[in-house]
Design a protein. Structure first.
Length: 149
């Protein structure tokens, strides 16, 4: 399907999307930095792939990496242009992963947004996002402390 089919960000609907963008910007601004929130985490790489069960669009895979002073903000906007109140929150996934400290974690989330302002159940976005998280943890300081003899 041509990209032009999604070009509906004009007229009345533009307000709704502007508010949505604004809410994301505020949430991002409020997020703390990675090294403050997760001191043990050195690097987190998130690979994302999208599967449209409705077959309406194709969406490029995304890769995001977080380290040091990056914002610990793990909400992913839905790539479907006209999706309302959609998106994927990886924050609980990241928290669960860091509580047990495996180096990888993967799974699938489904977008619960709507493709129509009427928000009828049959207009749910339902875009699936497959994620893979790869984490690198800081090596414990003890290992580099010189031993006194
Ligand atoms: Zn969506």
């Amino acid at each position: 399907m041509m990209l032009g089919a999604y070009d509906g960000r004009n007229g009345k609907s533009a307000d709704v999307f502007r508010r949505q963008d604004e809410a994301w910007r505020r949430a991002y601004a409020a997020a703390t930095r990675l090294h403050e929130r997760f001191p043990k985490l050195e690097l987190l790489v998130i690979d994302l792939a999208f599967i449209d069960v409705r077959g309406m669009g194709r969406f490029s895979p995304q890769m995001r990496s977080f380290s040091g002073s990056a914002k610990a903000f793990f909400a992913i906007a839905c790539p479907r242009t006209l999706c309302l109140d959609g998106g994927f929150d990886l924050d609980p996934v990241v928290l669960a992963m860091l509580s047990t400290e495996p180096t990888t974690s993967n799974g699938t989330l489904e977008c619960r947004g709507w493709m129509d302002p009427t928000r009828a159940e049959n207009t749910r976005c339902l875009l699936r996002m497959h994620y893979r998280l790869d984490a690198r943890y800081n090596t414990p300081q003890a290992s580099i402390v010189k031993r006194r003899t």
